[in-house]
Write a protein that binds this ligand. Structure first.
Ligand SMILES: Cc1cc2nc3c(=O)[nH]c(=O)nc-3n(C[C@H](O)[C@H](O)[C@H](O)COP(=O)(O)OP(=O)(O)OC[C@H]3O[C@@H](n4cnc5c(N)ncnc54)[C@H](O)[C@@H]3O)c2cc1C
Length: 386
């Protein structure tokens, strides 16, 4: 067994999609003395492994659309680099709108996506009826569809990047928790862990919903709230048409997509208080499933195969925090992806490696996600949050 490292050029905390992608891209760009630390016994055990696996271009902010373009391009070539099968399926994503108030914002979002070269179509109500006959579209006013949106397997993405990073010389460690930091003046110089200390001048906090805890260890206030979100996977639904897309009712925050022989469905509870509770709330599951059955009636003949809860990592404007923190030199944050971070993991890991090795992200300008926006109060929320 490899000895626990005493020093590293960079320590990446968190073994979800963000941490794994960052470790891989740092190693690929030549920084091989990288250590990734994950507190759970397996990588991708938290939000990443608990997510719905959706990948989409359909966002209201230009930066998110650009991140999706780059990430989906990287996921399309994942079998070549880092070289792993990820069960990528371009099922398409169908957004459905039932509230008149959502229409102008969604029309503008589709226009923005088109301007950025993304072929999302705006669909009038009459266009929808024949498209998905199995879905009850009562009250639906319009929709939008992108055939290059879809799904892939989150655990495979994490393991693809972690395996690639290891092969390039990075150290990937599970079952090790970061418990503190040591500073020299205003710069980080040591990471304290349950397995020993690591001397380093570069730390990446890819710690999802737990990032405020790490922030407290550094004296930095990080505005991310953990919010429970639930998923149900059903037993087989034989009547589901082939090519059934990822269907998402925007106002209702209800979604479903094919999963194996059944369906995966989720619905966000708008009254869910922040917290780390990961038990499934049976009452909310009843609300969720009765609405899902109303919208996709063939679910009435299906049973619950499995269900779980995971955490969204929500910021005040539903945008991530990306970049160095102004209070402690050497500490970079990439967290708070507010329920849509899995799909941005590939590009964000590359951007973080560019930030560390080249001084700033280069492939996409993500300066609007800097921590400093909370100090100035200049917030522009993302609308397409489910
Ligand atoms: C139900 C649900 C459905 C979702 N659906 C989608 C979807 O369809 N598409 C999409 O793009 N996104 C989706 N998301 C959001 C997505 O899962 C997250 O945005 C993304 O996985 C965040 O990745 P991460 O690496 O930042 O966080 P995580 O995967 O949570 O990784 C952070 C890791 O840091 C570790 N950690 C924390 N503290 C410490 C410490 N002190 N020491 C060591 N390790 C530590 C944690 O154990 C964890 O493994 C969904 C989320 C949920 C909950």
């Amino acid at each position: 067994m490899k000895e626990f490292p005493k020093s590293a050029d960079a320590v990446v905390v968190g073994g979800g999609v963000m941490g794994a992608s960052t470790a891989y891209h740092l190693a690929k760009m030549g920084m091989t003395n990288v250590v990734l630390l994950e507190k759970e016994d397996t990588l991708g055990a938290m939000s990443t492994g608990q997510c719905a696996g959706g990948i989409r271009h359909q966002f209201s902010s230009a930066t998110n659309v650009k991140l999706s373009i780059e990430s989906i391009r990287m996921l399309s070539k994942f079998t070549e680099e880092p070289g792993h099968e990820i069960d990528l399926r371009f099922t398409g994503y169908l957004f459905l709108m039932t509230d008149e108030e959502d229409i102008p914002g969604q029309r503008a979002a589709v226009a923005l996506q088109n301007e950025l070269g993304v072929d999302t179509e705006w669909l009038a109500r009459e266009d929808l009826a024949g498209l998905i006959p199995q879905v009850n579209i009562d009250g639906v006013l319009a929709g939008s569809f992108n055939e290059r949106d879809g799904l892939c397997d989150p655990n495979s993405v994490v393991h693809g990047y972690a395996g690639g990073a290891r092969a390039l010389g990075a150290t990937i460690t599970t079952g090790v928790e970061v418990t503190g930091f040591e500073l020299s003046g205003e710069s980080v110089n040591k990471v304290r862990t349950t397995a020993g200390d690591i001397a380093t001048d570069t730390v990446v906090l890819a710690t999802g919903a737990w990032t405020p805890d790490l922030g407290r260890m550094l004296g930095v206030d990080i505005p991310i709230k953990p919010v429970r979100r639930q998923i149900v996977v059903t037993t087989a639904t034989p009547g589901l048409q082939s090519g059934f897309p990822f269907v998402l009712f925007l106002k209702e925050a209800l979604y479903f997509h094919p999963e194996g022989p059944g369906v995966l469905t989720g619905k966000s509870n708008p009254d869910e208080p922040p917290g780390f509770n990961l038990d499934v709330d049976p009452e909310w599951e009843m609300v969720h499933l009765s609405e899902a059955m109303e919208r996709l009636p063939l679910l009435e003949d299906a049973g619950v195969l499995s269900h779980w809860a995971g955490l969204y990592e929500i910021t005040p404007d539903a945008h991530p925090i990306f970049g160095p923190v102004p209070q402690v030199t050497g500490v970079h944050v990439m967290a708070g992806f507010s329920g849509h971070g899995f799909m941005h993991g590939p590009i964000c890991g590359l951007l973080m490696a560019e930030e560390i090795l080249k001084g700033a992200p280069q492939t996409v300008d993500v300066s609007e996600f800097a921590y400093e926006r909370f100090l100035s109060g200049d917030l522009h929320p993302e609308l397409n949050v489910i």
